[in-house]
Design a binder for this molecule. Structure first.
Ligand code: KG4
Ligand code: ZN
Length: 342
């Protein structure tokens, strides 16, 4: 089964053709990041406009790279939630138009479910059940993935997402948007024990995260130093901050894995590109005899191949929408499957 997948939830316009949820026939991404960089973050109105301009060309290119026309496609999958509403609407309406014109089934896909599914194309033998750490710019969840479309949130952030904390700390250190990747690179050169930073815990919720106190601690260190006319060593501060975030993510994730007695762990979302997080999880999983999967760097950030992968399993489970499908800015991963034709 060939799925044409479309993603436009934030600042990447992407389309892909994916076979049977596991094989990428094409994957095209038009990134707007250079334009948003000028403003230090994503400007929603600009994002919507750029999606409108790019989507036709991106979808056409994805079909052409797969060596196909719409006649070779069996279903259209599209990210419908969560994300920037104006951005999501571009992809959803484009997909609805294609579905109406061709009669192909329309499959709505939850963005975080698709981040998890990036692992299905990268690891052909990976199957639920497993425990997933979903860490992106807007979300930090520990998810019990019982089946491809059956998920339960075990832990979540109480304030900032991990990616958001990385980006805000990086911005205060003068790095360009999105700062997570820059901070990660610079941290490789620094001493992770140079600065003592908090490891916030949430009382009574051992799997929940809190990153805002950590972020504020770094921002205060930088502001206090600059008021005294001092500059802090950016590599050491980056390394200390990265270690604090990774300690918190891995600590809660491994505790949940132990308590739930799971044997397979999966990392997903933009922050799963973090080099320390990947190294640490490799070590910890090996020490405990667990299997740990994460996507290749090319599939960690937003892309449509992951939407095609999750779309395949949503379709198999019967989650198909009609022309009343709407985009939603927020939506729990637990109720991410919508069915309009039961
Ligand atoms: O999943 P994603 O591409 O978009 C959302 O759905 O939000 O995640 C983007 C986030 C950004 O906050 C970005 O800074 C972060 O992922 N990120 C990283 C790294 N690469 C991307 N954070 C830490 N280390 C990285 N190497
Ligand atoms: Zn994402």
């Amino acid at each position: 089964m060939n799925i044409l997948a479309i993603e436009s939830s934030c600042d990447e316009t992407a389309a892909a053709v994916v076979r049977d949820g596991r094989t990428i026939l094409s994957s095209v991404i038009a990134s707007q990041v250079e334009e948003h960089k000028l403003y230090g973050g994503v400007v929603p109105e600009i994002a919507s406009r750029r999606h409108c301009e790019a989507i036709n060309g991106v979808v056409t290119e994805a079909l052409s790279q797969a060596g196909m026309t719409l006649s070779g496609i069996d279903a259209i999958a599209v990210t419908y939630a969560p994300g920037l509403i104006g951005a999501l609407l571009v992809g959803v309406n484009f997909a609805k138009g294609l579905s109406l014109a061709t009669g192909l089934p329309l499959v709505p896909v939850h963005h975080l479910r698709s981040h998890i599914a990036a692992n299905y194309v990268a690891h052909p033998d990976l199957k639920p059940p497993f425990l997933a750490l979903v860490v992106s710019g807007g979300h930090s969840h520990i998810v019990d993935v019982r089946d491809y479309t059956d998920m339960k949130i075990i832990g979540r952030t109480r304030d900032d997402a991990a990616g958001e904390a990385f980006d805000k700390a990086a911005r205060t250190m003068g790095m360009p948007y999105p700062g997570g990747i820059h901070l990660d690179k610079i941290a490789e050169e620094g001493d992770p024990c140079a600065f003592a930073l908090p490891r916030p815990k949430v009382d009574g919720a051992p799997y929940d995260f809190s990153f805002s106190g950590l972020k504020t601690a770094v921002i205060n260190l930088i502001h206090n130093a600059s008021q005294k006319g001092e500059t802090l060593p950016v590599a050491d501060l980056s390394a200390s901050f990265r270690k604090a975030v990774v300690d918190s993510l891995t600590g809660n994730f491994l505790q949940a894995a132990g308590d739930l007695n799971v044997s397979t762990l999966v990392l997903s979302g933009g922050v799963s590109a973090n080099s320390l997080l990947r190294r640490r999880m490799d070590e910890e999983a090996a020490a405990r005899g667990l299997r740990c999967f994460y996507p290749p760097l090319s599939l960690c950030g937003d892309n449509a191949a992951m939407v095609g992968a999750q779309g395949y399993y949503e379709y198999q489970a019967g989650f198909i929408a009609d022309m009343t499908l709407n985009a939603a800015p927020t939506m729990s991963i637990e109720i991410g499957s919508v069915t309009l034709h039961p």
